[in-house]
Design a binder for this molecule. Structure first.
Ligand SMILES: Nc1ncnc2c1ncn2[C@@H]1O[C@H](COP(=O)(O)OP(=O)(O)O)[C@@H](O)[C@H]1O
Ligand SMILES: CCCC(=O)OP(=O)(O)O
Length: 355
């Protein structure tokens, strides 16, 4: 029997929708949302009906009946820290996603999946949400009592790429040591030790390399001064760290291609910033090599920025001494979502219950 799965991935500026029949994609579309329009909503949660309707209209326009589906899967959001895997969107999860502890478009993934699944009486799932937490105890120390480091990262893409990398080097994910650098609008670099992400930078809270739109780690003294200068609200400071940080703060764009175009026109600051981002990513990878005590089977660069040859070369010249580097540009979160649901439908894996 073949299984049909609808996958939904709400992002900050788009909602990605795909239908899979087993592992073959039957339909895939990105609904782009104008940022000016999204800004008219008071919160991400307030976009729920708008995004749900947009998905339903798209499916209808393409003659895809939700009655032909066997499951719906969405990108999961800010739940409590949980183990990696596929989770049923149960009542406890709905409650948590309706009251998330952090705003992020992915909070809508499970909720919209559940709404569509309920309409036709099938199961809704999420897979590897951003709060997957497999961090080892020693990595949780921040250096200040009362503040713990948190595992917030691109778990869905990192796990999918890590499995693909392990396959490409003829190893099982569960018995390999790999470093995955997700280079998207946000950047996270994770140390995957025998199938567990034992350390990773928090991609949404000012840790790690700067990225197209996030500051990464900042000199704490200077940020304290800025916080208490009386010139900025708490929201404004947060916006400088996520959304308005990184390349956005230097060049007013989160599109690395635009910064590369500036560099190509001999803008020295743009050239330097591109190299600085690559330099910081390389330092993070070096740090994760230390986490793995030098036992690194391979390293992967993934995400949209990994399409840039200038950036991948600049990283590789600094880290190639550690282990072989594989490049998987872009991300395949839709397939990762669908395959997570499919493993459950095919009874290869048991869906977990959120408590
Ligand atoms: N060919 C390319 N060269 C350089 N950067 C690219 C290229 N394609 C996409 N990017 C950059 O990748 C980033 C988006 O990556 P992506 O993985 O799609 O992120 P997200 O899912 O976080 O939005 C943007 O900064 C974009 O400019
Ligand atoms: C790092 C947590 C997940 C995240 O930030 O996702 P996006 O980069 O897609 O916003």
């Amino acid at each position: 029997m073949k299984f049909r799965v609808l996958a939904i991935n709400p992002g900050s500026t788009s909602t990605k929708v795909a239908v899979y029949e087993d592992d073959a994609v039957q339909f895939s579309e990105v609904i782009n949302h104008a940022s000016e329009y999204l800004e008219t909503f008071s919160s991400v949660a307030a976009q729920y009906a708008f995004r749900h309707n947009a998905i339903i209209s798209l499916l209808q326009e393409n003659n895809i009946s939700i009655h032909t589906l066997h499951a719906v899967v969405g990108r999961g959001g800010f739940l409590k820290p949980i183990a990696s895997g596929t989770y049923v969107v149960n009542e406890a999860m709905v409650k948590a996603l309706e009251n998330p502890w952090k705003e992020h478009a992915s909070n809508l993934g499970g909720l919209i999946a559940r709404k569509i699944a309920d309409e036709v009486g099938i199961q809704a799932y999420i897979v590897d949400p951003v709060v997957v937490d497999e961090m080892m105890s020693v990595a949780r120390f921040s250096g200040l009592k009362g503040i713990e480091r948190q595992s917030i990262f691109h778990a869905l893409n990192q796990k999918a790429v890590a499995r693909r990398l392990a396959e490409d080097i003829d190893k099982a994910y569960g018995s390999s040591n790999v470093i995955i650098a997700h280079l998207g609008g946000g950047i996270t670099v994770g140390a995957h030790q025998c199938g567990k992400v034992v350390d990773v930078n928090n991609g949404l809270d000012g840790e790690g390399a700067f990225s197209p739109e996030r500051s990464g780690t900042l000199p704490v003294g200077d940020i304290i001064k800025r916080c208490f200068s009386g010139r900025y609200s708490e929201d404004a400071i947060k916006r400088q760290i996520v959304g308005g940080g990184g390349m956005v703060s230097y060049f007013g764009t989160n599109d690395v291609r635009e910064v590369e175009a500036l560099a190509a026109r001999h803008d020295e600051e743009a050239s330097l910033a591109i190299d600085a981002m690559a330099y910081q990513v390389s330092k993070e990878i070096g740090a994760m090599a230390a986490v793995l005590e030098g036992n690194v089977d391979a390293i992967a660069l993934t995400g949209g920025v990994a399409y840039s040859e200038v950036i991948t070369q600049s990283i590789m010249k600094r880290i190639a001494f550690i282990a072989p580097v594989h490049i998987y540009p872009g991300e395949d979160e839709m397939t990762a979502l669908a395959m997570g649901a499919l493993r459950v439908l095919k009874q290869e894996e048991e869906a977990k219950e959120y408590e």
